[in-house]
Ligand binder design. Structure first.
Ligand SMILES: Cc1cc2nc3c(=O)[nH]c(=O)nc-3n(C[C@H](O)[C@H](O)[C@H](O)COP(=O)(O)OP(=O)(O)OC[C@H]3O[C@@H](n4cnc5c(N)ncnc54)[C@H](O)[C@@H]3O)c2cc1C
Length: 411
């Protein structure tokens, strides 16, 4: 069988939200490149399907018309106006509401969209004049030769492919083989979570404005259960727990997930007539609190490969897209100067990490408090008029940022 040989300045491995965003912004800067992905799209990805406010911001960077013209008119994107907190004393507290202002009604802070569809939707924004995109093409080995890289890959039809590139972008997710080739993928349980997802239909009492629901079960520290509703009445239901806590207590998250649904007083009644639509599916979540060094001679990591998931919420789509946006700026300078050495990317890790500083600080504080203190906080501090007012005014500011403020990158 013939083999394919390609020479390029930039090669992106992985076409999830992080790799695809890198490609979209590189194209805009006039930089031709190659992107490969092992999967054929559309493909599933185990996820909560929550498109957080950072994702909304990055979609607005791609094109401000996407949200009003495409997401708001497509029933596969469920607009959500905030979140509902379920507390262990069996209360529901709602944060965020459908705005009365007509203009704000076109600016939801969140969406829910199945990854099977969302990742393919993002591919629709690729500029195929600038990117050679090979799906069903798995990178098997990466070799450093002088100042460049040789990527050895295999296509689903058996064709072998060799890509010679000056710049390698690791966008290949949590089990990144690029990371394994340039450094060490050692899991640190304090900065990692195990999580699982199951689609359901028929859950009782979902919120009419599709508030996403979050529940912190008191018995299980540093974990949360979610219900993310979709327009069609189905919901993405899941549960995740910091791996250190799971290991220290020998918790099995699948067993906990099942028992919460079947017996927890906050949940069981609502699930009694509901039906699961698939078997439970699990995957890892690499937290940004790890502060992974994400660049070197001729390489950058983006998204999960760079361990960029917000540790307090488990959201990594928005940070993945944002790392792609930032990476494109560093690559643009490298291509202009035709220099791909480590010195070109010295500030890259700092630039991506500063987007998550507050979340990482909050995570570290939460890790230090007891489950009882956490329960007290949820039932008393969060369920308080002043906190609600603070949240509503913060939400307005976040929405304004997501729809109107450009992400500035300092190289
Ligand atoms: C249960 C669960 C729930 C979550 N919920 C949310 C949520 O609600 N909201 C949110 O924002 N985030 C959530 N996350 C996190 C989110 O899924 C990830 O942070 C996000 O997918 C990261 O995007 P990425 O592009 O870096 O990686 P991925 O989306 O993992 O994409 C990586 C791509 O690389 C490809 N690839 C891998 N290896 C190779 C190879 N050798 N050669 C070629 N291609 C390769 C894969 O096929 C894949 O398409 C959740 C995660 C889990 C596990």
């Amino acid at each position: 069988m013939d083999s394919i040989n390609i020479k390029t300045k930039v090669c992106i491995i992985g076409a999830g939200p992080a790799g695809t965003s890198t490609s979209i912004f590189l194209s805009r800067m006039g930089i031709e490149h190659v992107m490969i992905d092992a999967a054929e799209f559309p493909r599933d990805k185990v996820c909560g399907d929550g498109l957080d406010i950072k994702t909304v911001r990055m979609l607005n960077h791609i094109d401000p018309a996407i949200i009003p013209d495409e997401l708001m008119t497509n029933p596969e994107f469920t607009a959500s106006w905030g979140f509902r907190l379920l507390t262990d004393n069996n209360k529901m507290m709602d944060f965020g509401r459908y705005p009365t202002d007509k203009e704000l009604q076109q600016k939801p802070p969140l969406f829910i969209a199945k990854r099977m569809m969302f990742d393919e939707f993002l591919h629709g924004k690729l500029n195929l004049n600038m990117v050679q995109f090979y799906q069903g093409t798995k990178a098997l080995e990466i070799i450093r030769t002088g100042n460049s890289w040789k990527v050895l890959a295999k296509r689903n039809d058996g064709t072998e492919m060799t890509i010679d590139t000056s710049m390698l972008v690791g966008a290949d997710g949590d089990h990144s083989m690029v990371l394994k080739s340039v450094g060490e993928r050692k899991v640190n349980r304090l900065h990692y979570a195990g999580a699982l997802r199951q689609y359901w239909k028929g859950i009782d009492n979902l919120h009419p404005n599709n508030l996403i629901e979050i529940y912190f079960p008191k018995k299980y520290p540093m974990s949360y259960f979610w219900i993310f509703p979709q327009n069609n009445g189905e919901a993405n239901v899941g549960y995740g727990m910091t791996s250190k806590v799971a290991a220290d207590h020998s918790f099995n998250i699948k067993d906990i997930f099942n028992s919460l649904i079947q017996t927890d007083p906050c949940l069981a009644d609502r699930f009694s007539n509901a039906t699961p639509l698939e078997t439970i599916k699990g995957w890892g979540i690499p937290f940004a609190s790890l502060n992974r060094h994400a660049s070197g001679d001729g390489w950058l990591l983006v998204g999960d490969a760079a361990s960029m998931v917000i540790p307090t919420t488990g959201e990594g789509i928005g940070t993945g897209m944002m790392t792609g946006y930032i990476a494109a700026h560093f690559i643009e300078r490298a291509v202009k100067e035709n220099r791909y050495d480590n010195g070109m990317f010295t500030n890259y890790t700092r630039e991506i990490q500063r987007r998550v500083t507050d979340d990482v600080k909050t995570y570290k504080r939460l890790m230090a408090i007891s489950p009882n203190a956490m329960s007290f906080m949820m039932n008393n501090v969060v369920n308080n008029k002043l906190f609600r007012m603070y949240f509503e005014s913060s939400l307005k500011k976040w929405v304004n940022t997501a729809y109107h403020k450009k992400v500035e990158v300092s190289l």
